[in-house]
Design a protein around this ligand. Sequence first.
Ligand code: PEP
Ligand code: MN
Length: 495
Amino acid sequence: MAPAASAQSTNGTTPAVAANGSEAWTPSSWRSKPIKQQAVYPDPSAVGRATAELSRLPPIVHPHEIARLKASLRDVARGEAFLLQGGDCAELFDYCRADAVESKIKLLLQMSLVLVWGADKRVVRIGRMAGQYAKPRSSPTEKVADENGETHEVPSFRGDILNGYHLEDRALDPQRLVRAYHHSAATLNYVRASLAAGIADLHRPLNWSLGHVKDPQLKAKYTEAVNFLQDMLRFMHTVGADRSPKLDTVDLYTSHEGLLLEYEESLTRLMEKPVLPEEAAGKAAAAYGSTTNAPAAVEKEYYDTSAHFLWIGDRTRQVDGAHVEFFRGIANPIGIKVGPTTPTSDLLSLLRTLNPGLEEGKITLITRYGASRVRDLLPAHIRAVEGSEHRGRCIWQCDPMHGNTHATASGVKTRRFGDIFTELSETLRVHREEGSYLGGVHLELTGDAVTECLGGSEGLDEDDLSTNYTSFCDPRLNEKQALELAFLVADSYRQ
Ligand code: PEP
Ligand code: MN
């Protein structure tokens, strides 16, 4: 691991005691811990200027929204709802465009409609979007061909928040921290505006369209799900139960890997813990019965306001490392990637450090083993968690993407749809055998008709990959492949 980063705080917050009462935590206490994937900028004073600017800007998301997501994730942990999380591997600043944002929202909505129909449960949606700009890399350099076909060894592309994909933009540039903020804010603004304008209106699910999906079988299945929903809406109209504003819109939360801690620290703020209306009713009732007139004390917590949900990647989840230190102090719901290199003992240490209060739904365990290994490795992780004090507290989510990446003979990074499908079905089966609940899926997908993953009902083969391969990082499912997976989960619940 790299040595600890400078201990200087960039947002001048005062020290606080962590939720678990252990060592004092501050938004900058991660700086005294060993760190992996560290960004070493050539000019530290330029980083200071960028983070100072970020610290002055308003939060991108509000604690009230985070509290609502936490309430929904509690339902997922209890087996009463399902979590769908998806988006690009590496979001680019260039994806901050109306059409790209809309097609991603629509795909997530289509998938959730299929899941609602299949699993008969509410679906909680989180996009890997509006901030998924930092990428962990296995190697500091990579070989890239220029426009003349000449190969150069250059610093690896680490995501738009750090450097640019073009060969001349590979040096780390701190101003990109500020650009990331503005692109996140603009993306989320358009997500909120589209939802407010009724893009998700359940009365008009056919308006969500099926974009590039031509496959007649898939179209027929989707239409069956839509017809079911429309029958239900007709019934609700007949009994007068369809006037709820809830049917006109839905929630769509944002998430990204919390990798670049300079950025996350600058957007972490001590803010009032919101009281949701349903909780307020309970508090009012309790106060009514109390003998004092003292108003309830206002509780404050640290929120990372860069996104509603953040996760710790597979490469940065060292129990004593900087990332875990940062994450243990924030009130947001968080994810932990879990894979073949996660010892069972680490898993429990992580849960004890990150969720000492045993909050239900606070932690999502995002499992990613690979199709051929999931059956061997997942049961021990489930037994360790469900046999501990964290039983029933975590959400189990399957990421069938990251254990199934390989390169073709010509060096193109890809994934087989069959492997993704197998890991997801095996994961469902193992949870059923172990008596635990698979509460969600985590996918890399795009609403565009890309050709990045092999197979699916279109039967894409290696020769097809070059047709429309646009990912700058990992290969994503296209709209059709993503819907097929949603049907797999739906069907498994309908059996
Ligand atoms: C990712 O989610 O894009 C990623 C890098 O995953 P992991 O940390 O699981 O490898
Ligand atoms: Mn990825």
